[in-house]
Design a protein around this ligand. Sequence first.
Ligand code: MG
Length: 371
Amino acid sequence: MGSTGSVGTQTLDIVRAFPDRFKVVGLCNGYNTPLFKKQIDEFRPEYFNTLGDVASGYGGAKSVPVEEIVTLPEVDLVVAATVGCVGMPPAMAALKAGKTLGLANKEVIVMSGQLLIEAAEMGGATILPIDSEPSAIWQCLEGEKSDPSRLIITASGGAFRDRTWASLDGVTPEQALKHPTWTMGEKITIDSATLMNKAFEVIESRWLFDIPFEQIDVTIHRQSIVHSMVEFADGTLKAQLGPTSMLQPIQHALFYPERQANDNLPRLDAVTMGSLTFEAMDQSLYPCFELALEYGKKGGTYPAVLAGADEAAVQLFLDGKVKFTQIPDLVAETLIAHKQMTSPSVADTIEAARWATETTLTHHNLSTILS
Ligand code: MG
């Protein structure tokens, strides 16, 4: 799911390198039709789903609903490389059907970690993180019998890491899209610049590793080489290091629990990697981070509203309709206007996210009219 995006194309890069190990049953994407057609031509799936313009039967593949594809009996592994709240219903369907879910689309687990974990338990399914920080934590925990005492998530600090929030009023989408260490899709790169992405990773890790928020820390690590760390009761810290590339976490999820040689993966040399630095993160400098954690901890429908509102706010910024520094204000306005449900269903959660996206867009339009 999300085959033409950043993680989607890199997932297919891994698949391409191991033609004997994978068969692509289905591909799903958004609007990048030229690339999607190329992928169908190359990987010959039996099924596809697209928001773009591809006729059923193209390349011998049938167009069917996403939820139908991810629950097919011949499907073992589903990679959720979609962006935003749209990924939740098919991810839930895959888990309920007992499929292994490689999860890169973190909004899916932010919206309701509890419901996602429950769906996995019900279906006897496994969630494998593809996001590099949760993947690092997962790799540090492999083989351990004891629970960790602390997770330390590393953060590059994003495009504006050396600037104060107050100085970011006039930054353009082009400036915000220049990430210092990672090349990623637009939504996640803006979320990295606001540090919303890092709060999402804290929420994601709270659910994936079943650990209280109070035992998760964030540390600024500019080089993005240590992808995260885990502390144990005896004071031992384990860190996972790797190149600043999504290929490794993707391949780890695809082959888990095997490790496979792949000449296409970048390597990291200890001698040339240089100095690694770690700095305390002053949370008060990042309004999106504080806001997201506050409402992430409240739970219920709030995290879904957070994800839905952020999606709209980031889109408004990318479209040049609001300032960068208005992103947390817009998200906060929507969160405050929301009436929380404490034990929402899946349908309630999806509706809350949809309401939040629409409300955020409406608030923006109202304030435009008023000004
Ligand atoms: Mg990440």
